[in-house]
Design a protein around this ligand. Structure first.
Ligand SMILES: *Cc1c(COP(=O)(O)O)cnc(C)c1O
Length: 405
């Protein structure tokens, strides 16, 4: 136990089980505090956090820039409602438009989560006068009922049917299937440039270019869901910039607030921005001064510490180091920047995650054969090396555990 915990992890988890709705199953750890890329549990054990709150803690834990910005803003004003605005909200919108290279006339809407950003994008798409939506197999767009209709996993959706109608799922990265599905009745195509929850699966450049083209030909909107890939995660501000394909709508959340809930929709160009007019959408909390100050602090730090090139270099270093192990139980490392999956020959990712946790590493089994890392953008090559060095022995433990199960 640490001075921050008055009980053991086991005692906390027993209380958790009695008092929370069980949608997440039993949490793996009870965490009490963090520092940089490390976190500690209630029993005082230290972990290297290679998941970053699922691509959220872009600056790691307790980064002085973020702590200072949050503290300063909290001491001035936390919330005002959207009857009013604040300097921070306006500045964050301007920053997002500038960083995304959005054309004159573009605009931002702030919300509090990824799924809310998707809901807003769905509402924008309805303003085309059409209802048909196209999403990809393997997609994850969120858990509220609109976003859920676009999320491909049937076990997430089916208990809640009927959801919004008129959604087609197409195989991801298949240009012909996309062309066949999108018609002049299609309101929007929703795609992740790299499918995050689907296993860290990048789209090809040809695919996103084709999506742009078919959207233009049919009048459908191209919505790029950058909730996981945005804000420096892949080594560009936004993944679409690597692909050279500009969306009509971009959704953001996860990394944007560095852990403070901040979501955003960027509407590219005057036409798309004008699709939502006064009264047609809203939120109480969205873009409040605390959220906006957090977003600004994250963007400032990514820029001043050059975390974009750092994410590219350390992400490539990780992939090279894993390849250099020459371990035939590892197929490849997928992804870009610091959004990566170690693709495994066998279905041992859950057991590997458990073995890693025992050894002091937090990672995520995003698929039975894919181990995801999405560490803070400040992670060092040396920190990643400690995990890579441990991997072969962790794989031994995982395969023993999997065979024994
Ligand atoms: C996490 C995620 C969402 C949902 O975001 P929440 O903040 O959990 O609602 C949507 N799309 C993508 C690509 C995500 O990774």
């Amino acid at each position: 136990m640490t001075e921050r915990a008055s009980q053991s992890s086991g005692d906390y988890l027993a209380r958790y089980e009695r008092s929370l709705i069980g949608v997440f199953g039993m949490p793996q750890l009870v965490l009490t505090h963090g520092d940089g890329c490390y976190v500690w549990d209630a029993d005082g054990r230290q972990y290297l956090d290679l998941l970053g709150g699922i691509a959220v803690n872009a600056l790691g834990h307790n980064h002085p820039s973020l702590v200072t910005a949050i503290s300063k803003q909290a001491s001035e004003m936390v919330h005002v409602s959207n009857f009013f605005t604040s300097p921070a909200q306006i500045a964050l919108a301007e920053r997002l438009l500038a960083l995304s290279g959005a054309p004159e006339g573009s605009g931002v809407f702030f919300c509090n989560s990824g799924t809310e950003a998707i809901e807003g994008a769905i509402k924008i798409s309805r303003r085309t006068g059409r209802t048909h939506l196209v999403a990809a197999a393997g997609s994850f767009h969120g858990r509220t009922t609109g976003a859920l209709a676009l999320t491909s996993k049937a076990i997430y959706r089916e208990p809640f049917d009927p959801l919004i109608p008129d959604v087609s799922f197409v195989p991801y990265d298949d240009v012909d299937a996309l062309r066949a599905a999108v018609t002049e009745d299609t309101a929007a195509i929703f795609l992740e440039p790299i499918q995050g929850e689907g296993g860290v699966v990048p789209a090809s450049e040809a695919y996103l270019r084709a999506a742009r083209q078919v959207a233009d030909e049919t009048g459908a909107l191209l919505v790029l869901d950058e909730i996981q890939t945005g804000v420096g995660r892949t080594g560009d501000w936004f993944a679409f910039q690597h692909y050279g394909v500009q969306p009509d709508v971009m959704t953001l959340a996860k990394g944007l607030g560095g852990g403070v809930p901040v979501g955003a929709i960027v509407a590219f160009g005057e036409r798309v921005r004008a699709m939502l007019t006064a009264g047609q959408h809203g939120t109480t909390f969205g873009g409040n001064p605390l959220a906006a100050a957090s977003g600004l602090a994250v963007l400032d730090e990514i820029e001043s510490a050059d975390l974009l090139s750092h994410a590219r270099v350390t992400g490539d270093h990780f992939a090279d180091a894993v390849a250099a192990l020459g371990d035939d139980r590892i197929v490849e490392v997928r992804g870009r920047g610091l959004l990566r999956a170690v693709v495994l020959r066998d279905e041992v990712a859950p057991a590997l995650t458990a073995a890693a946790r025992e050894a002091g590493f937090i990672v995520n089994p995003v698929a039975p054969t894919a181990l995801r890392i999405a560490p803070p953008l400040i992670v060092t090559g040396e920190q990643l090396d400690t995990f890579v060095t441990a991997l072969p022995a962790l794989l031994d433990t995982a395969s023993t555990a999997t065979q024994g199960a």
